[in-house]
Design a protein around this ligand. Structure first.
Ligand code: NAD
Ligand code: ZN
Length: 294
């Protein structure tokens, strides 16, 4: 734990006091260097806060408003913001520049700059974000619950509903039963999936997965056959949708191979290790599968 200085917000920026923050695996990826960032960095991107002060020209929030910081901002002007099928605003800091839109950081520690993570940085008592990286929420919302809307819940639920477009009666498979995987299960359930198969090496994850809507859970460790063959046998070769929610190259290909060779859709939700290339057999796509990111 370090004492830091958090500068006042510049024009079109907002300083917020963090009330609650979740921990997402992506924060750990940054700490381990798997995901690109500027160091030293303040991670954390799944939070609820309250506006403490606003910079010049801020119109959408005022001090006292309860807010959720957005690592995918909404500038409402770029192509992705204007397209109903898009949400990857060009203002988001996916390449890890570590600064706000204006080009500099608001954090210092012992006089040295400390960088922002994805325009949010929530593992701190106070943070500064761009105005377009905030959503105002209901003042009565419980901070420790709604902070999950900042990443894990929206990512997983949206992966099923918006990206995969899970259809009623379909069979879904979810690789990885962390906070994001559980949210994928909730999305598959609300889309009307008939079976939702959870996969994890850690069987202690199964109970919660079943509680939020999985119909069965398996561990690849219990089988000698490749997991796609196991799933094909379990389902009569009828997995409509598969989701990789771990962040490993091998399970991304396993998930792709597990959905139906012709009409199956596989969604990559897990964050790929930044320094790696993926090798896969293009026959997996040639037969008709759809492979999507999210
Ligand atoms: P988590 O660590 O809580 O959950 C991952 C789960 O995968 C764990 O339960 C673990 O036991 C399991 N697992 C690990 N290796 C496995 C293997 N080889 N086979 C089967 N199961 C395995 O992580 P999380 O917070 O739920 O995040 C999941 C992934 O999603 C991470 O890679 C994270 O960076 C990524 N993510 C992406 C987005 C996005 O916008 N696309 C948003 C949030 C998180
Ligand atoms: Zn996250």
């Amino acid at each position: 734990i370090e004492e830091i200085e958090v500068a006042p917000p510049k024009a079109k920026e907002v300083r917020i006091k963090i009330l609650a923050t979740g921990i997402c695996r992506t924060d750990d990826h940054v700490i381990k260097g798997i995901m690109a960032a500027q160091y030293p960095v303040i991670v954390g991107h799944e939070a609820t806060g309250v506006v403490e002060s606003i910079g010049e020209g801020v119109t959408t929030v005022k001090p006292g408003d309860k807010v959720i910081p957005l690592f995918l901002p909404q500038c409402r002007e770029c192509n992705a913001c204007r397209n109903p099928d898009g949400n990857f605003c060009i203002e988001s800091d996916i390449t890890g520049r570590g600064v706000l839109s204006e080009g500099t950081t608001r954090f210092t520690c012992k006089g040295k700059p400390v960088y922002h993570f994805m325009g949010t940085s929530t593992f701190t008592e106070y943070t500064v974000v761009d105005e377009f990286s905030l959503a105002k929420i209901d003042a009565a919302a419980p901070p420790e619950k709604v902070c999950l809307i900042g990443c894990g819940f929206s990512t997983g639920y949206g992966a099923a509903i918006k990206t995969g477009k899970v259809t009623p009666g379909s069979i879904c498979v979810v690789f990885g039963l962390g906070g994001v995987g559980l949210s994928v299960i909730m999305g598959c359930k609300s889309a009307g999936a008939s079976r939702i198969i959870g996969i994890d090496l850690n069987k202690s994850k199964f109970e919660k997965a079943m509680a939020v809507g999985a119909t069965e859970c398996i561990s690849p460790k219990d089988f000698t056959k490749p997991i796609n063959e196991v799933l094909s046998e379990m389902t009569g070769d009828n997995v409509g949708f598969s989701f990789e929610v771990i962040g490993r190259l091998d399970t991304m290909v396993d998930a792709l191979a597990s959905c139906h060779m012709n009409y199956g859709t596989s969604v990559v939700v897990g964050a790929p290790p930044s320094a790696n290339m993926l090798t896969y057999n293009p026959m997996l796509l040639f037969t008709g599968r759809t492979w999507k990111g999210c």
